[in-house]
Design a protein around this ligand. Structure first.
Ligand SMILES: [Zn+2]
Length: 66
């Protein structure tokens, strides 16, 4: 069970959860805090979810971000 705070930020372009001020993947600062669904990608080469989401880096992603 993973609990997440509401204030967690998600990069709007990568949909990755961001803990710092800039996105670790794209370097962007366009974040959304309204998101739904969480996908943890451990190995992007074996993950069906990663393929669907076009994720190329392992990490924690939101399925939808606003
Ligand atoms: Zn990003």
């Amino acid at each position: 069970m993973i609990r997440m705070a509401r204030k967690d930020k998600v990069c709007r372009s990568c949909r990755v959860f961001v803990e710092k001020d800039t996105c670790p993947l794209c370097g962007g600062t366009d974040f959304g805090t309204t998101w739904a669904g969480v996908a943890i990608v451990l190995d992007q080469t074996k993950s069906e979810v990663a393929k669907k989401m076009e994720v190329s880096v392992a990490g924690k992603y939101a399925l939808k971000v606003r």
